[in-house]
Every structure is written in structure tokens, then in C-alpha cells.
Design a protein around this ligand. Structure first.
Ligand code: ATP
Length: 293
């Protein structure tokens, strides 16, 4: 389990990361989201010890993380870590050796991963000879090699095609299933929704929401949808509701006063046929927009 505890970092007048606290449980994939400049990269750099916090700390399994712990993490930095002009295999072996692997086992793991990505015949190529998406796969391979005890990945899926996203997500999920805490940033909320056990939303350096999607949904207003076979304009006159939209026989609204939904349903049944009356789960984009507004 990785705990980020009250981390704060300023750059001059700017508080880039402001008292940020969250947990990445062992074996879980946590999505780290927030607009440009929200503080995600700065937080990840502090987790990896590449940037000192002004205050706060990072714990691994209940005690302060050490340099030796960090050397066993897989990290994919925003600026990417591999050299464009060096051959792929030798770089992967070198990085895995730094994490304590023997040369032979590093070569075997690197070759296996490249074969899995369909790049088995490119091992001796310089990284720059690959397409950008394939370079990104190699960067992810470098992070997941050598059995890391934690994974911190800064926008690992940016620029990948849907098939590559699925492959890389599968790889990260495999590592998570070994009990590894996985934190990755992304601007792709649909991916976060699909891949993550939970998420942390940053805005202006602060955590504005964190938890599972179900947790976040239950914090927000639950909306309901009524679909009838008659015009639903009358819903606007029912007390105790906030009506978002009416379109023909369909109305979307929030129930502000307990019982107002029952009154609405009773009226709807008197007026005609009720085709649907259901709570509407907000999308992650809607939750995101609400908490970062
Ligand atoms: N070394 C630095 N010196 C000065 N300001 C910095 C430095 N690093 C980051 N910042 C500022 O800190 C803020 C947070 O930046 P950070 O890169 O952490 O955001 P981010 O959430 O990763 O953004 P993005 O999604 O655009 O990558 C930004 O305003 C950025 O300009």
C-alpha cells in the first residue's frame, strides 16, 4: 500500500501540490486525473523521490518509503526515460539490471515482453526507429520489468491506439494482481472508468475527490429519468424537483424533497402510460466536471 500524506510543493509563489493525501492500495489500479497543471506530475515526482516536498511524506506499507524501495518501483516519467538512439534490448536489460535482475533473466523478460507486443524482431533496433505508439509500449515494458513493488506511470496511454491500450492495460492489471499498487495519470476518463479500481481527482494542486467510482457517484446528486407516452412538460410544475431537461415524453430531473418522486410518478400514471422511471448514474465525465467546476 502506498500512502501519499499531506504532500505540498511550491514553485515560487505557486503551490503546485497543496496538502495532497491519498492511498493506492496494494493490488489496485488508481487513476490520477486533473486538468493541465493540476499537479499530477509534480506529485508523482515526489512519490519517486525526484523532487523534494516542502512538507508531507510518502509511506510504503505503513512506513516512510526508502531509496531502496523506490529503486524497485517501475516509473514511467512524463518525459519518458529511454534513449531514442540506443538499441531497445540493451536499454531494457540495463534498466532491469539496475533493479537487481541478472543479465540473462533481464534478456529473457525483455524478449518475452517484446514478443508479446509483436516487436520480437525489433530488439536490436534503436528505439527511434519504432512508431511513437510502439516506443510507448517499450517505455511501459521498461517500467513493468524486474517485478516492481509499485508502479507510477505518467500518462502511459497517451497516443496509444485502442488495441495497444487494451494490451498495456492488461499488462498493468497483471502486475496489480501480484499485489502491486499502480498509480497512473490520464486525461482519458473513459479509460480510467474502464480500467481503474479507484481514482483521485486533482484541481489546482488539491484533491477534490477520491474513491471508487461508486463512492463518487453517491456523493453527487442522483438524477432520475421519466419516460411517458405524453408530453412531459408538466413535470416542471411538480414541487420538490429540479428539472434539468424535458424532451417530448422524457424528463431528466433531480429529486430535492423526499416523496416528490412518488408524487411525480402518481401524476404520470394518471396522465398516461409510464414507460420508464429510473435513477440515472452520472458518467465519470459528469462527476469530473462537477468536482472540478
Ligand atoms: N520545475 C518547475 N518549476 C516551476 N513550476 C513548475 C515546475 N514543475 C511544475 N511546475 C508548475 O506546477 C504546476 C503543476 O504542474 P504539473 O506538471 O505537476 O501538472 P500536471 O497535472 O501533471 O499537468 P499536465 O496534465 O499538463 O501534465 C504547473 O503550474 C506547472 O507549471
Amino acid at each position: 500500500m502506498l500512502d501519499v500524506i499531506h504532500l505540498t510543493r511550491t514553485f515560487g509563489q505557486l503551490t503546485a501540490v497543496d496538502d495532497v493525501t491519498f492511498t493506492v492500495p496494494a493490488g489496485q489500479m488508481i487513476g490520477f486525473v486533473g486538468g493541465n497543471g493540476a499537479g499530477k506530475t509534480t506529485t508523482m515526482r515526489m512519490i519517486m523521490g525526484l523532487l523534494a516536498p516542502d512538507s508531507g511524506q510518502v509511506n510504503l506499507n505503513g512506513r516512510p518509503i526508502t531509496r531502496s524501495d523506490r529503486s524497485r518501483f517501475g516509473y514511467m516519467p512524463e518525459e519518458r526515460g529511454l534513449y531514442a538512439k540506443q538499441p531497445i534490448l540493451s536499454q531494457l536489460i540495463y534498466l532491469a539490471e539496475l533493479k537487481g535482475m541478472t543479465r540473462d533473466s533481464a534478456a529473457a523478460e525483455a524478449s518475452g515482453l517484446m514478443a508479446r507486443f509483436g516487436l520480437g524482431d525489433r530488439l536490436k533496433d534503436k528505439l527511434e526507429k519504432l512508431s511513437l505508439g510502439n516506443q510507448q509500449r517499450v517505455q511501459i515494458a521498461a517500467a513493468v520489468m524486474a517485478d516492481p513493488i509499485g508502479l507510477i506511470l505518467d500518462e502511459p496511454f497517451s497516443g496509444l491506439d485502442p488495441k495497444a491500450v487494451d494490451e498495456m492495460a492488461g499488462l498493468l492489471a497483471e502486475r496489480a494482481s501480484r499485489g502491486v499498487p499502480v498509480l497512473f495519470s490520464s486525461h482519458q476518463l473513459d479509460l480510467i472508468d474502464r480500467l481503474c479500481d479507484g481514482l483521485v481527482i486533482l484541481a489546482n494542486g488539491r484533491v477534490v475527490a477520491a474513491g471508487t467510482k461508486d463512492d463518487l457517484e453517491s456523493r453527487g446528486a442522483t438524477k432520475h429519468r421519466l419516460v411517458t407516452d405524453t408530453d412531459a412538460g408538466w413535470v416542471r410544475d411538480v414541487p420538490g424537483l429540479r428539472v434539468d431537461a424535458v424532451d417530448g415524453g422524457t424528463a431528466l430531473f433531480e429529486i430535492l424533497v423526499p416523496g416528490a418522486g412518488d408524487d411525480l410518478l402518481a401524476q404520470a400514471l394518471q396522465r398516461g402510460h409510464v414507460i420508464e422511471f429510473t435513477p440515472v448514474r452520472p458518467t465519470l465525465s459528469e462527476i469530473y466536471r462537477e468536482v472540478t467546476a
